[in-house]
Write a protein that binds this ligand. Structure first.
Ligand code: UFG
Length: 339
């Protein structure tokens, strides 16, 4: 299949591009490299033994995107491109709404013009807001989010519902990711956040490698077993396989549907730090800090729908995730800039 991937040089995008190349798909990447490095795609090509077509452009640039669709003739699209930092979205809501919605409108218009009606969209568990009990189920009710980044995911899901309602030719998968961590087992590609990481796993990895001094643990007074927040961490290679499974499933399913991509298990902040200590063989200094505003005590996925309908389930556990993150981080202490 010819698959166009927006944001294909990013963390989840690059692992998904690799999975598609490895199963024989032709992959067309569209990326402006605003928050990613082209080196990731060179590494993907090294691992796969074949390369994606790469177009450096902004998805919101309608004329340039049109030219790519005309030249490359994709049959399906996976849409990763977008801004994703929760705190930044609170500070700069207009930028988040205009970029995340604007790129999606431009993409949908191009797909419509070129008769492409199969779309896999990068959504997030953040759409469950703080109203629903764990484990989160796809049909759990009203979607909501506590920050502008999350609201863009809720809004895009709703827009896509309307698009699918209006034209039954659309086939759309909404993939709600839990907390992606880990890296490809080669250690050649992985997460490479710009600046100080916002998320726990890259932060811990950078402490282990000596780039940062200590991890701040945001609260140890939650109603959880050890008092720290619990999340459903999912290995990025499993997540990439979830996209391939969704794309396959869309061959036989019309309309729109959401699937959770998680493991169904919660891991605490202290458990994750312990897993990285074991993987790296190094002590990881930590300090207990007050809770971070907007954080929930516990989130994890109900994975039954993805298992029964997509035939997909996560294969890798926290030990694998920490080992693979560490292999990437220790071989590339400055991320892709290490080259
Ligand atoms: N945490 C720390 N110290 C840190 C960073 C995080 O203790 O330096 C804790 C948090 O309080 C939380 C856990 O580690 O308990 C995970 O935090 P992350 O920031 O890694 O991830 P979140 O669950 O807050 O958010 C992630 C993504 C969002 C997405 C959300 C969906 O960053 O984009 O999952 O559930 F919306």
């Amino acid at each position: 299949m010819r698959v166009l991937v927006t944001g294909g040089a990013g963390y989840i995008g690059s692992h998904t591009v690799l999975a598609l190349l490895e199963r024989g798909d032709d992959v067309i990447v569209v990326d402006n490299f605003a928050n990613s490095s082209p080196v990731s795609l060179e590494r993907v090509a090294r691992i796969a033994g074949r390369a994606p077509q790469v177009h450096r452009l902004d998805v919101a640039d309608a004329a340039a995107l049109d030219a790519v669709f005309a030249a490359e003739r994709p049959e399906a699209v996976i849409h990763f491109a977008g801004l994703k930092a929760v705190g930044e979205s609170v500070a700069e809501p207009l930028r988040y709404y205009s970029e995340n919605l604007g790129t999606t409108f431009a993409l949908l218009a191009a797909m419509q013009r070129h008769g492409v009606r199969t779309l896999v969209f990068s959504s997030s568990a953040t759409v469950y807001g703080d109203h629903q009990p764990v484990p989160y189920r796809e049909d759990g009710g009203l979607l909501d989010a506590s920050n502008p980044y999350g609201q863009t995911k809720v809004m895009i899901e709703r827009i896509l519902e309307d698009v699918a309602q209006a034209d039954p030719q659309w086939r759309i998968a909404l993939l709600r990711y839990f907390n992606p961590i880990g890296a490809h087992e080669s250690g050649l590609i992985g997460e490479d956040p710009r600046g100080i990481p916002n998320n726990l796993a890259p932060y811990v990895a950078q402490v282990a490698v000596g780039r940062l001094a200590e991890v701040g643990v945001f609260g140890d007074d939650y109603p959880t077993a050890d008092g720290t927040g619990e999340r459903d961490y999912i290995h990025v290679v499993d997540l990439a396989a979830g996209h391939v499974a969704a794309l396959e499933h869309l061959r036989t399913r019309d309309g729109i549907r959401a699937w959770n991509l998680g493991t169904g298990r919660g891991t605490s902040v202290l458990e994750l730090i312990a897993a990285f200590e074991k993987a790296s063989g190094r002590p990881i200094p930590r300090r207990i800090l007050p809770r971070r505003g907007g954080d929930l005590a516990q989130t994890w996925a109900d994975t039954a729908r993805a298992e029964s309908e997509l035939g997909w389930r996560a294969q890798r556990d926290i030990v694998d995730m920490a080992a693979d993150s560490w292999r990437w981080q220790s071989a590339n202490p400055q991320g892709y800039d290490s080259e």
